[in-house]
Ligand binder design. Structure first.
Ligand SMILES: Cc1ncc(COP(=O)(O)O)c(C=O)c1O
Length: 534
């Protein structure tokens, strides 16, 4: 939709509220808040501690310059020098300082008197203003009366969403591989995951339509689901990125079947694009803000003309997870219910957090934050590339187009062992050197590499099967000093069937030194060599 086109308002979706979501009343005391800003009001109603007794007279911090990390790779640098610079910390950090005092000098400025007081569940007004501007410019929602309100991270946001729109016994549409913490949040409420097939862009619209159109309530034992949970960018665990065309297809199906989409999108700004092997790689160059935004796969918000998307954003991956801060973007009816839920649980994210993050964003301004995000994307891209280069050094990688399963529609890399220098000639029977032992699709966003093990090549496969072999290999790698996440935990529904959900690892490249990343790949290779022989 062009920016000149008039956007309509959200449609009425209140029939999606859960029993709990509907039943929440305004917290009796919070209802008084609407009078609070009235000039001249003498409020004797609340239990507000007097700000004079807050033992903080100011808070301050040093903030990195938004251009602390480069926007371009340097063609003259060796492929690793950026990495060594990053970790050697020889570059002096450039910072600026902010201070927030107890009482503001100008109306509307941040201060501790209000910032550390009981506050609105929607968030401190200044922070909400910044978030709103950001959502409007970056995500460009497709309807007019979208609303934002803060939460304490996407984990909390999902928990509040479950309570607001899901009843015990409801089905929840998810990808067949999905984020296990989201499932763990829903499961105790009696919510039943309904897995849908995937391909190389994440959830398959064909599989979604099939699931919904063939829904047989008596065979399934539950009504057709009315909520879909998705991690469309840097899908956890598979690392896929869903483009706008697929999102439109899924959105249209959700309109047809009246389904609410919960878009849990922590990796949105870590869209690294295609992996290009070292030999063909070209330098990355800077882009302007508009080109940067246009280069990111749009959010579901952009095509949401009805207000049926509840988007969860978090500062965890772009600022720091310890901030425990993020925000919802959704239609005003859901926002009001979520606000009521927050009033009786978290009340609001910590005042300190809100002050720190608002100060950061006020200092950087919108342009500075975008500058930071552009560089962040490049940092993770370089990490991803370096990590996959380590695999290319250690294994023989063969690229093949996949037409099947959750990798369908893209190139898969099949990895087999490279002979290590040895005086012992390779035996004919030693098929580990020729047959792929695992495969992967290079992740295009996020923090994880997802590999599928070809455990059928193991000599004891017929007696042990997938499940036991996955755990055996995982244990051997862990004992050799490297921890991967076993794949089975990412399967949407716990299964006893040995052939389903087993034979995968999720491996993170986000938080280790280059030496450790390289060592981890080498250890994996050593363990795998031994493992495949017995
Ligand atoms: C898909 C997904 N959702 C939510 C989270 C947690 O986000 P937060 O730190 O905002 O609670 C993660 C973190 O790993 C994640 O991968």
């Amino acid at each position: 939709m062009s920016s000149n086109e008039k956007r309509g308002e959200a449609v009425d979706l209140s029939h999606h509220l859960s029993k709990v979501g509907k039943a929440r009343q305004t917290s009796p005391l919070k209802g008084l808040h609407k009078y609070m800003g009235k000039p001249g009001l003498i409020s004797l109603a609340g239990g507000l501690p007097n700000a004079a007794y807050f033992p903080f007279s100011s808070v301050s911090g040093d903030i990195l310059a938004p251009d602390s990390f480069p926007l371009e790779t340097d063609s003259k640098e060796s492929s690793l020098s950026w990495f060594w610079r990053l970790f050697s910390r020889t570059d002096k950090e450039r910072t600026s300082t902010f201070t927030v005092g107890k009482y503001s000098k100008h109306p509307g400025d941040l201060d501790l008197e209000n910032g550390l007081q009981y506050g609105l569940a929607t968030g401190q007004p200044k922070l909400n203003e910044i978030i709103r501007e950001f959502v409007g410019k970056v995500f460009q929602p497709g309807y007019s009366n979208w609303t934002t309100l803060v939460h304490t991270g996407n984990t909390d946001a999902w928990f509040k969403t479950i309570q607001t729109i899901l009843n015990p016994g409801d089905g929840l549409i998810v990808s067949e591989w999905t984020y296990p913490s989201a499932m763990a949040g829903a499961q105790p409420f009696g919510i039943i995951p309904v897995p849908v097939g995937m391909d190389s862009e994440g959830m398959s619209s064909i599989s979604l339509r099939q699931t919904l159109s063939e829904w047989d309530e008596s065979a399934r034992g539950i009504p057709r689901p009315h909520v879909l949970y998705t991690v469309p960018i840097g899908q956890n665990p598979t690392g896929t990125t869903m483009g706008i065309q697929r999102k439109k297809e899924i959105y249209d199906i959700c309109v047809e079947y009246d389904i609410i989409i919960v878009e849990d999108d922590p990796y949105y700004f870590l869209q690294q694009g295609k992996y290009i092997p070292k030999s063909d790689r070209v330098v990355d160059s800077a882009t302007d803000d508009e080109a940067f935004i246009a280069s990111l796969a749009p959010s579901y918000l952009k095509i949401d003309y009805q207000g049926r998307v509840i988007r969860l954003d978090t500062f965890s991956k772009t600022v720091c997870p310890g901030s425990r801060l993020g925000w919802f973007t959704c239609n005003p009816m859901f926002a009001e219910r979520l606000e009521r839920t927050a009033e009786t649980s978290s009340q609001a994210p910590s005042g300190f957090t809100q002050i720190y993050v608002a100060s950061l964003l006020l200092k950087w301004q919108y342009e500075g934050y975008l500058r930071w995000l552009k560089a962040l994307r490049l940092q993770y891209k370089q990490r991803r590339d370096y990590f996959l280069d380590c695999f290319a050094d250690e294994f023989h990688l063969q690229k093949k187009f996949s037409t099947e399963g959750y990798t369908a529609g893209t190139h898969l890399y099949h990895a087999s062992l490279k002979p290590r220098r040895s005086f012992v000639p390779l035996s004919e029977k030693d098929n580990a050197y020729s047959k792929p032992l695992f495969s992967f699709v290079p992740p295009s966003s996020g923090m994880f590499l997802w590999i599928e093990l070809h455990l059928e090549e193991h000599p004891a496969f017929s007696s042990l099967g997938y499940k036991a072999l996955e755990m055996k290999l995982w244990t051997e790698i862990a004992e050799a000093g490297v921890l991967f996440a076993p794949g089975a935990m990412f399967f949407a529904t716990p299964v006893e069937d040995d052939t389903l959900g087993h034979g995968h690892f999720r491996i993170s490249f986000s938080n280790s030194t280059p030496e450790d990343l390289k060592k981890a790949v080498s250890t994996f290779s050593t363990v795998l060599r031994k493992f495949m022989k017995n």
